[in-house]
Design a protein around this ligand. Structure first.
Ligand code: ATP
Length: 380
């Protein structure tokens, strides 16, 4: 496949990973430090030895499957949950350790809830100024004007929440949490209350608002596309542990563990045996130079190579030449994702343009079209 065709395929089919183009907006000044943070519930450990630093102005997302400890971590930062071990430090001050805790209202941390939790009997303006009603009236109005401009709701300031769309309600909730100028804004599954279409539109809008406000934000989600598209860095959690933290492109392209590899993208693993400078895979032979790290220590051993749907292409083949057959086809509008079962029972997924159709049971050969280094893991 030519580079141009591959580019086209990737462009039409990839999620909006790293879609934002703005420059670095963090300051390098640490505002939040989690140091060995642990939370036990009886014999269950929800969060274990979690350490992470977040810079002022950074947007970091905690991402992981259900039950991995994201919400518990967020609640410990907010002060709604006490750690059983480790420390939370905000702007250099210890706000919680295993024995003492600063109450939530004294932490200068804002919280945006999943369901927005707007007050139905207050107008947009009154909702936004709710947390700063002890400010001088003139300062309150000035802050309200700034925030209404930021979230683009100036003409709606006297409306009640029921007269607003879901996206507008979310912007009011954001403005309300930003009003007291928190050190850190925490967002708990901020898009889960919006319908699918709006959710995608609101991702970049929420990022724009947070970046223009210059606030440090920690968001929680189990939606990888959302995490990868809005965040400066993504922290991937598994079973109470931090698996990997880094820029979206880095964690997607260089997953450090098999868990991260299988959690991000629709990953499959291709088994191969290392023979000197090559790897004999279930499909073709690969050069070890195409892998993302040295495999010398594994000469003669079996490894698993991470392949995502856009790394592979299925081609029609007769039964004797075929690598496998189509066992699954998912039509997504712009593209198809085909599942191909190999003889060894591995199933690989291949991404194709919507006009490239294969039928169930059709024999195909598979070519590895990736033009980037492939991550690999020792076979367990
Ligand atoms: P989800 O995406 O489903 O919200 P999560 O990653 O946010 O999941 P948590 O809600 O932090 O996960 O829960 C982590 C683990 O801690 C789970 O196994 C959960 O059952 C357990 N847990 C959380 N809160 C409590 C509690 N109050 N008492 C006992 N166990 C709890």
């Amino acid at each position: 496949m030519s580079g141009q065709k591959l580019d086209q395929r990737v462009r039409t089919n990839q999620p909006a990973i790293g879609w934002h183009t703005d420059e670095e907006t963090t300051t390098g000044e640490t505002v939040l430090e989690l140091d060995g943070l642990t939370r036990e519930y009886g014999i269950e450990t929800a969060v274990e030895e979690f350490s992470l630093s977040v810079d002022r102005g950074e947007l970091l997302t905690l991402l992981g499957p259900s039950g991995c400890g994201k919400t518990t971590t967020l609640r410990m930062i907010a002060g709604l949950e006490q750690p059983t071990g480790g420390e939370v430090r905000i702007a250099g001050e210890t706000v919680a350790d295993g024995s003492s805790a600063v109450p939530p209202e004294e932490r200068n941390v804002g919280l945006v809830f999943q369901e927005f939790a707007l007050f139905p009997h207050l107008t947009v303006g009154e909702n936004i100024t709710f947390g700063i009603d002890d400010w001088e009236s003139e300062e309150q109005q000035q802050r309200l004007d700034e925030l209404l401009a930021l979230v683009d709701l100036d003409e709606h300031r006297d409306k009640y929440p029921e007269a607003l769309s879901g996206g507008q309600q979310q912007r009011v909730a954001l403005a309300r949490s930003l009003a007291p100028e928190p050190d850190i804004l925490l967002l708990d599954e901020p898009f889960s209350n919006l319908d699918v279409r709006l959710r995608i539109d609101m991702r970049q809008e929420v990022r724009r608002i947070l970046k223009e406000a210059g606030v440090t934000a920690i968001s929680v989600t189990h939606d990888q596309e959302e995490a990868l598209s809005i965040s400066d860095r993504v922290a991937i959690m598994n079973d109470g542990h931090l698996e990997q933290v880094g820029k979206p492109e880095l964690v997607f392209e260089n997953p450090e563990s098999r868990f991260v590899a299988s959690f991000l993208g629709r990953a499959s693993f291709l088994t191969g045996r290392v023979r000197g400078d090559t790897v004999e895979t279930e499909l073709e032979q690969l050069e070890t130079a195409q892998l993302n790290g040295p495999v010398d220590a594994y000469d003669g051993a079996q490894i698993d190579i991470l392949v995502r749907p856009d790394d592979l292409e299925a081609l029609p083949a007769n039964e004797t030449m075929a690598d496998g057959e189509i066992v699954h086809r998912q039509y997504n509008g712009p593209n198809f994702v085909y599942g191909v079962e190999l003889e060894g029972e591995t199933t690989l997924r291949c991404l194709h343009n919507h006009v490239e159709t294969f039928e169930h049971g059709q024999p195909v050969s598979i070519s590895i079209t990736a033009d980037h280094e492939l991550a690999w893991y020792p076979t367990e």
